[in-house]
Design a protein around this ligand. Structure first.
Ligand SMILES: Nc1ncnc2c1ncn2[C@@H]1O[C@H](COP(=O)(O)OP(=O)(O)O)[C@@H](O)[C@H]1O
Ligand SMILES: [Mg+2]
Length: 443
């Protein structure tokens, strides 16, 4: 069932239940009120009659005369003598009178609703003056008369309820329609996401939570589109990067097979092939590592690391290369600064950055680490030519490399690792003249 119909059904059911309960309460309340009102009226009527009797007919002996007067008034009443427990006069039939006597209604002062057969009567009893006479006027109204009024009232009430309910249901239809329309519109936008028609996605007018959902859907589509684009770019770049060394290898291999090279060229060809195969292996290994870092397949094992230990390990691995290139490497690490990260991976990130520095330095590479405002800052800088301005915004992207670049994956890997450790990596200019990479971590 459609959401709108479900909402309407729920609302209508609720409305009907409320109206039924209210109707029932009001229905019984009407009769109560009518009975009370009738008793009040009977009492007034009775008091008037009693005062007339007292004034005009004076005393007991004129009862008969008064009786005739009452017969003309079309009233239902008893003239009752408490002392003798006897009805002196009545406008009602003897049968009914006997019925009341049988029920003990005359003697029981508290009984206000008298019953004879299926008929009920609302009563009011007024004592004649002086009270010592024990004479009482009892006026009665059949409950049936009141019930006719009750039904009449209730019918009108039902009509009002009916009109109200219809109005409420129509209103609910419009309101739910307003509520549900953005949802069905959103469904169509999601279908477009499913079909990857990102350019055709439109914003939807909505409020409250639906607006929030709409915003999330829009952000999700945006993110998905960006992801797909970057994925596409990655595959294009990756295939390009893999193709170049493969073509070189193929060229030399075919040349050697077809014996078109002399001995020295063949030697050189084999040398190039070995270098290219090594490069291929490096690219593939780095791609695999990046993919793993991306999908978080690699188990990330955070532990508390002492930064000076970490930098020592970087130095150990860097020194042979540095010596070979005739470059100086210095480090300056504040003692007992620690952070929580995966040691092996963070070492890998630092090595990628340091080896880049060594490769691009003229004479000098510096590694510094210190704590500053609860933040841990590790910098690697060199005195080379620095990173070209136009490359800076993209330097951490995959396959982005400058002149004499290798795989273009080293910095992408470094960033993935640093971010996985909850840190940040930035690049700027070093005072030494070259590039300066800064890694920020919280303790
Ligand atoms: N210290 C540095 N000085 C100058 N340029 C650098 C430095 N570090 C990195 N770069 C530039 O950034 C590019 C990307 O680096 P990287 O991702 O490590 O790839 P790769 O080292 O394989 O080329 C490099 O090709 C180089 O142009
Ligand atoms: Mg590199």
């Amino acid at each position: 069932m459609k959401l709108q119909h479900q909402l309407n059904a729920a609302f209508t059911t609720l409305l009907l239940v409320i109206l039924a309960v209210t109707g029932f309460v009001i229905y019984s309340l009407i009769l109560d009120l009518l009975v009370q009102d009738e008793q009040r009226q009977l009492k007034q009527k009775g008091e008037i009659l009693v005062s007339i009797l007292n004034e005009e007919y004076g005393a007991q002996q004129n009862i008969q005369q008064f009786g005739d007067f009452l017969q003309d008034r079309d009233l239902q009443l008893f003239m009752y003598d408490r002392k003798q427990n006897r009805v002196l006069d009545s406008t009602m039939s003897k049968r009914v009178e006997n019925g009341f006597f049988a029920n003990n209604d005359f003697a029981d002062q508290s009984e206000e609703l008298w019953e004879y057969g299926n008929d009920k009567y609302v009563t009011s009893r007024i004592l004649f003056y002086p009270k010592s006479t024990g004479l009482e006027l009892i006026l009665l109204t059949p409950l049936k008369d009141l019930q006719v009024v009750q039904h009449d009232y209730f019918q009108r009430l039902l009509i009002v309820f009916l009109i109200g309910a219809i109005a409420a249901i129509i209103l609910s239809y419009f309101l739910t329609n307003k509520l549900v329309t953005p949802l069905s519109k959103l469904k169509w936008q999601l279908k477009k996401v499913e079909k990857r028609q990102f350019d055709q996605i439109e914003r939807i007018q909505a409020t409250g939570e639906i607006k929030e959902v709409e915003q999330s859907v829009f952000d999700m589509a945006d993110e998905l589109q960006r992801y797909m684009k970057s994925q596409q770019a990655f595959f294009q770049n990756a295939s390009h990067e893999l193709k170049t060394p493969l073509m070189t290898i193929q060229g030399y291999a075919e040349g050697i097979r077809d014996r078109i090279f002399d001995e020295t060229d063949e030697e050189k060809g084999l040398e190039v092939m070995v270098t290219e195969v090594k490069r291929l292996k490096k690219i593939i290994n780095e791609m695999i590592l990046l993919a793993k870092l991306d999908s978080e397949q690699t188990v990330y094992q955070p532990e508390r690391i002492d930064i000076s230990d970490l930098v020592d390990q970087v130095m150990d691995r860097a020194l042979p290369v540095v010596n070979e290139q005739g470059i100086m490497i210095k480090h300056n690490v504040e003692p007992s600064v620690t952070l929580v990260a995966d040691q092996e991976k963070l070492l890998r990130a630092l090595l990628n950055i340091t080896f880049n520095g060594i490769r691009h330095a003229t004479n000098q590479v510096n590694i510094n680490a210190k704590k500053q405002d609860k933040k841990i800052m590790i910098t690697v800088e060199d005195d080379g030519n620095g990173i070209p301005e136009e490359l800076i915004p993209h330097i951490f992207h995959r396959f982005v490399k400058g002149k004499n670049g290798e795989t273009g994956l080293g910095l992408a890997i470094a960033r993935a690792i640093v971010e996985q450790s909850g840190g940040k990596i930035t690049v700027g200019k070093s005072e030494l003249g070259g590039a300066m990479f800064t890694l920020w971590f919280t303790e």
